[in-house]
Design a protein around this ligand. Structure first.
Ligand SMILES: Cc1ncc(COP(=O)(O)O)c(C=O)c1O
Length: 341
């Protein structure tokens, strides 16, 4: 929680039954203790308290990975002290992230020429990925409206009412109106026809979900693309599509390779996927891939050189761990692409 709750007097200390051989006094719960304690005591107290958490391996609530192979656990622990953003110090980790971006770009059929690099970035999860994709759409749309001499202060996004909360967050944090297509009895995903009807000149993108959070159902991105192409032709607009493939992005390419939902569809300009869901990595990794570099406005990319060389970044945070990037690379090369028939 960002905001903590108030507490009663009886809650003020942490009891340490099994650490009592190291410490006599209980610890204050919400204030930094006056004195240090032995490391064994700190471990015992925290370990005992954490026993009251559920067992992650039994947690099916959020389809986030809770088990990885011991070899990968070792790679994770070996990299636990590497700050991802220090790219000059850890160039190999940066290289592994770039390989992942390219592998995922190819998996999603990005139209890449020979030797052309995919455009994308590793994020903390799909939520950060969606914020970045949304910002790119907003900026592109604003630039276009300005160049046409039209107002650009009322952007909107069209989605189904089944979107995950991160879209609502994006809309509120970055001041974009969320126009939600209502669901109806027996139809629990976004209806492409209704979505396209709701598109207007201020729509920065239509977001389709590949794997609705509520029931796992894939939205019909192909139909959405076809209807939107038609509307774009009629109106002269160029409203694009984002695919929120948080869970489906690592399922569809393997189980349904013929299904057209990705960059094979011309209006799909960006796609996010959660590495920590069916990318089979522990919590803390997502990816956003753009169709090509024109879809990511250059002015959103920051160039930092704190550590020597120029490093382009487009993320919401600065420092973060490296382990999840390495673990994603492990899963991609370990499992390879074998379509289940
Ligand atoms: C469709 C969809 N989008 C976005 C998210 C947010 O993903 P993350 O937890 O990777 O930030 C989820 C999470 O369940 C999701 O199901």
């Amino acid at each position: 929680m960002v905001l903590s709750k108030t507490f009663s007097q009886s809650d003020v200390s942490v009891h340490s039954t099994f650490a009592s051989r190291y410490v006599r006094d209980s610890l204050p719960r919400f204030k930094v203790p006056e004195n240090s304690i032995p490391k064994e005591a700190a471990y015992q107290i925290i370990n005992d308290e954490l026993m009251l958490d559920g067992n992650p391996r039994l947690n099916l609530a959020s389809f986030v990975t809770t088990w990885m192979e011991p070899e990968c656990d070792k790679l994770i622990m070996d990299a636990i002290n590497k700050n991802y953003v220090d790219m000059d110090e850890y160039p190999v980790t940066t290289e592994l992230q770039n390989r992942c971006v390219n592998m995922i770009g190819h998996l999603f059929n990005a139209p890449l020429g020979d030797g052309e690099a995919a455009v994308g970035v590793g994020t903390v999860g799909s939520s950060e990925a969606i914020m970045l994709a949304g910002l790119a759409f907003k900026r592109k749309w604003q630039n276009k409206m300005k160049s046409l001499g039209k107002p650009c202060d009322k952007p909107n996004i069209v989605t189904g009412a089944n979107v995950q909360v991160c879209w609502e967050k994006f809309a509120r944090y970055f001041e974009v109106e969320l126009k939600e297509v209502k669901l109806r009895d027996g139809y629990y995903v976004m209806d492409p026809e209704k979505a396209v009807e709701m598109v207007d000149e201020n729509t920065i993108c239509v977001a389709a979900i590949l794997g609705s959070t509520l029931n796992g159902e894939f939205e019909d991105v192909k139909q959405l693309n076809d209807l939107l192409m038609k509307k774009n032709q009629e109106t002269g607009w160029d409203t694009p599509i984002h695919v929120d493939a948080a869970s489906g992005g690592f399922i569809a390419p393997f189980l349904y390779p013929e299904l057209e939902w990705d960059f094979r569809l011309p209006l799909v300009k960006s796609i996010n996927v959660s590495g920590h869901k069916y990318g089979l990595v522990y919590a803390g990794i997502g990816w956003v891939i753009w169709r090509n570099k024109e879809d990511l406005p250059e002015e959103l990319i920051f160039h930092i050189n704190y550590l020597g060389a120029d490093q382009p970044t487009f993320t919401l945070n600065f420092s973060k761990g490296s382990s999840q990037v390495i673990a994603q690379y492990y899963q991609l090369i370990r499992l390879g692409y074998e379509v289940i028939k």
